[in-house]
Design a protein around this ligand. Structure first.
Ligand SMILES: Cc1cc2nc3c(=O)[nH]c(=O)nc-3n(C[C@H](O)[C@H](O)[C@H](O)COP(=O)(O)OP(=O)(O)OC[C@H]3O[C@@H](n4cnc5c(N)ncnc54)[C@H](O)[C@@H]3O)c2cc1C
Length: 161
């Protein structure tokens, strides 16, 4: 029962970072078109466009993984490993996405006024709650391999570390 509750709540939590990432992307795109540096909008610089492309690719991939998780759930085929892989992978990508967004805003990416700093901070608990990235990876790993590796290897009697 506990396993099922966690699996379902992980599906719900997996969507939170997707929404946050979409909001950050929208904010960044608007900001880059408005702010000018070196005589041009920030959106005109190649490196900034590359970061936007990375963010958009992440968002589309995260959405597809989230969508697939929901489909598996609807069909009653979702396993704890599916839910953990979805939650851990999506939060990893979303963490990258909001970090890119924070970077794109330069110093303003640190200020609360532009929402991106808040989104950056909001991503940290999501990465950790409903099972940390590590623990969810181990749940997936157990399902893939059949070996549980949650416990530390036995310490040798003589180990002093
Ligand atoms: C904002 C927020 C809201 C929360 N809400 C809830 C809630 O509503 N209900 C609830 O029950 N909990 C809630 N939590 C708790 C959350 O689920 C835990 O913080 C999370 O599961 C990590 O546990 P921990 O903090 O004890 O970290 P620890 O278990 O101390 O882990 C510390 C680090 O060690 C790693 N680690 C731990 N064990 C292993 C292992 N076996 N192998 C490899 N690495 C390992 C972890 O991945 C992590 O990086 C919330 C947490 C936050 C931040």
């Amino acid at each position: 029962m506990e396993k099922q509750v966690l699996a379902v709540s992980r599906v719900m939590v997996a969507w939170q970072p997707i929404g946050i990432s979409m909001g950050v992307y929208d904010m960044c795109l608007r900001y880059l078109k408005e702010r000018k540096q070196f005589g041009a909008p920030l959106a005109a610089f190649q490196l900034n466009q590359q970061k936007l492309s990375l963010m958009l690719g992440d968002i589309q991939a995260m959405t597809l993984v989230g969508w697939r998780l929901c489909k598996l759930y609807d069909k009653g085929k979702m396993t704890p490993g599916h839910a953990s892989l979805g939650k851990s992978w999506i939060t990893l990508r979303a963490r990258e996405t909001v970090a890119l967004g924070r970077e794109l805003l330069g110093g303003n990416g640190i200020l609360a006024d532009f929402h991106v700093a808040k989104a950056f901070c909001d991503m940290e608990p999501i990465y950790t709650y409903e099972g940390t990235y590590d623990i969810n990876s181990l749940v997936t790993g157990r399902e893939i391999t059949g070996f549980a590796s949650f416990k530390a290897p036995e310490m040798s009697k003589h180990s002093r570390l």
